[in-house]
Design a protein around this ligand. Structure first.
Ligand SMILES: [Mg+2]
Length: 320
């Protein structure tokens, strides 16, 4: 049997979006879903954190696991420039997990959620014979501007920007591991939603720039060219590069779990006036939106000037 591909399953689900009732403002296929209730829009997202898949409890302090369960979802809230309102959490605990550790886990999730003004207001606990599984649901509202930023809307000629630094999220550097310690970019997202002009489309980087930009482009019906020599390469990506010999820019394009924002910004006249930084977070132009055409949706201009195709499902490493 052919291995199931997550992207194929997504396509199957998204293709059935046409019959949704009118109150649905955002159907499957974005970082959050949305419904209109009594005239106001409510956004919702759910994410799972599984031991052995997203974290490894053998090597990761429980405090970091609890934090990530919340911050990972908050990154999806940031991707829409939405404002978190409340969270609920369902946890399946291994039978031998122990009461003290369970208490620690719930304390950290509650404190992290509170820190982002997203109180934990309920949930469900069960015991089972499998590794720890945490499912967090967050409710949110639109930003002050009233306009959420989705994946659709990028236009040919828009500049593609990212926040922060990319790559090496699994590589420990100076006691920090980005995929556990990252800051969800909520404040930067809210500022972007208020910007003039605001981004035409936005997504958060959970699976890697190549994969997630392909999703934004797919939703917008456009293509994109990335500029390898413009990528903001994280110190951890450079360290990872020394470790495994892959070029630092390959890490920046391919590594997952950056939890940064990637957005398309309209070019005004001669060129975009990039803010440089927002809320202390650097903003870097890393490419441009192109027409979808018949060729590959995503291309990458390498530091040596060569242009190559990027796979829709992510980076296919070809020996650089
Ligand atoms: Mg996301």
């Amino acid at each position: 049997m052919r291995a199931m591909r997550e992207n194929d399953l997504h396509q199957h689900i998204f293709s059935r979006n046409t019959s949704l009732p009118e109150r649905v403002t955002l159907g499957p296929g974005d970082d959050m879903g949305g419904v209109r209730i009594d005239g106001g829009q409510v956004l919702v997202t759910v994410d799972q954190l599984a031991d052995g898949v997203h974290v490894d409890l053998r090597h990761t302090p429980l405090e970091k696991v609890g934090r990530k369960a919340i911050t990972r979802n908050l990154s999806d809230v940031a991707a829409m420039a939405a404002v978190p309102v409340a969270a609920v959490v369902a946890v399946s605990l291994p039978r031998d997990f122990g009461e003290a550790r369970a208490n620690t886990l719930f304390d950290v999730m509650r404190d992290t959620a509170s820190h982002y003004d997203c109180p934990l207001i309920g949930g469900d606990i069960s015991m089972w014979d499998h590794p720890l599984l945490i499912a967090v649901t967050i409710l949110a509202r639109p930003p002050a501007s009233g306009r959420c930023l989705g994946r659709q809307g990028a236009r040919v000629g828009d500049v593609i920007c990212v926040t922060g630094w990319l790559g090496g999220s699994l590589h420990a550097l100076e006691g920090r591991v980005h995929h556990l310690d990252f800051e969800p970019r909520l404040r930067t997202a809210w500022a972007l939603a208020e910007a003039d002009p605001p981004p035409t489309a936005m997504i958060d980087l959970s699976d890697g720039l190549a994969s997630d930009l392909a999703r934004l482009c797919g939703a917008s019906g456009v293509g994109a060219e990335l500029w390898a020599d413009r990528l903001p390469i994280s110190p951890a990506a450079r360290a990872a590069s020394e470790h495994d010999g892959r070029a630092p820019w390959v890490h920046a394009v391919a590594d997952g779990e950056d939890y940064e924002l990637c957005f398309a910004l309209p070019t005004a006249g001669a060129g975009p006036s990039l803010p440089g930084e927002i809320e202390g977070v650097p903003i870097t132009a890393v490419g441009q939106v192109t027409a979808a055409g018949n060729g590959p949706r995503l291309t990458l201009r390498r530091p040596d000037g060569q242009v190559e195709a990027l796979s829709e499902s992510g980076w296919e490493h070809r020996g650089s």
